[in-house]
Structures are given as C-alpha cells and as structure tokens.
Design a protein around this ligand. Sequence first.
Ligand SMILES: C[S@@+](CC[C@H](N)C(=O)[O-])C[C@H]1O[C@@H](n2cnc3c(N)ncnc32)[C@H](O)[C@@H]1O
Length: 206
Amino acid sequence: MTDPSRQAHWDNVYTSKGETDVSWYQNSPTPSLDLIALTGLSADAEIIDIGGGASRLVDTLLHENFGRLTVLDLSGAALDTARKRLGESAARVKWVVADVTTWQPLQTYDLWHDRAAFHFLTDQGDQSAYVERLKQAVGPAGFAIIGTFAPDGPERCSGLPIVRHDATALAAKLGDEFGLIDARRHEHTTPWGAVQRFQFATFRRH
Ligand SMILES: C[S@@+](CC[C@H](N)C(=O)[O-])C[C@H]1O[C@@H](n2cnc3c(N)ncnc32)[C@H](O)[C@@H]1O
C-alpha cells in the first residue's frame, strides 16, 4: 500500500468505529505496562508509542507521572480520539501524525513501544525502513518493546494482511546492536470475546 491509501484506511477505521469496536481495544494495556515496568525506566524517560492509535497506554503512563511522552500514528483521527479523551492532559503529550516508515526522528528516546503496528509492514523494504528509524530513534542503552501477532496468531488485522513474528525473527531484524531481554506471549481477548495470540519482544540497545 502507498502512504495515502494506508492513511485513508486507518482514518476511516477510527472515524467509522467507536473506541471499543476495534479488535485491538484494551481497557488497560497490562502487557505493555508490565514490560515498561521491567525496563526499570524512571518517570523522566522519553517514551514513544509507535502506531499508538487511540490506545489508553498514554493515559496510564500520564497517570503514573511519566512526563515525556510521544504518540506517533499514521492516523490523525486516531490521535484526535486520544486527545479528546485526555482533555487538558493531552497538552502534556507530543502527538505526531506520520508513517513510521518515512518519519524522520528529531530526537532520541529511552523507550520505543509498538503494539500491533509493525506487523502491518508486509513489505521487506518497509520493515527495513522501520528498523532504520528505530535505530535512529532509540538512544544508547534504550529499550524497544514490539508486540505483534504470534506465529499462531491471526493472519489479518483490521481487514489487512499482517506478518506474524516470533522473538527470534524480530531479533534478527533488529540486528546485533539490540539484545533480546524478554520474550513472552499474550492472549488478547477482543471486545467480542475472540482470543488473539500476541508475541511481545523486549530489546535493549548495547
Ligand atoms: C491495530 S492498531 C493498534 C493501535 C495501538 N497500538 C493499540 O494497541 O491500541 C495499529 C495502529 O498502527 C497504526 N499504523 C499502521 N501502519 C502504520 C505506519 N506505517 N505508521 C504509523 N502508524 C501506523 C494504525 O493507524 C493503528 O493506529
């Protein structure tokens, strides 16, 4: 897909469906919060949520006093939903509408978090562009948490084909600069009760 068609797809999803009408909705992003706790990062850490959409991760991190937060997504409509929900607190977050495969990071981050965005990149070139941005954006000793559908997870998400990954395959994509420090599976239950198997891999930059 070209950028405009990707963006149109996601803007349409977020304008035509309610927050809890999408398969990836979580009332509480517990698996991500557990992994962020595992990193031991303090509240002054620079954190970016890649493909954060309308996720409530940012709400919880603000509540836990993390004060340097960025949410990046291809869909401005998704970010509008999150901003409206947060009200005045939204001003404490940087919001970036961009395609992660073409975005130019202007700073470094202590943590790159991605739940269910990377797996939409089915093209090797897009995957390489993503990894290139990740390497530009994650600072020394920084962390990357990447959640994708697991090898025995669904083959599609939001009507689009995805690529299922395991932690070893993700580690190979990130290369030697990143060490795998945690790999775990998670069974996500959609708002309508279906179970989706996720794989979360956490890396630290050497
Ligand atoms: C399945 S949703 C997950 C949203 C959020 N991470 C969560 O856990 O609720 C995938 C998100 O990735 C975003 N996305 C897809 N491809 C992207 C890309 N190339 N660049 C940036 N965001 C992208 C979509 O707009 C969507 O918000």
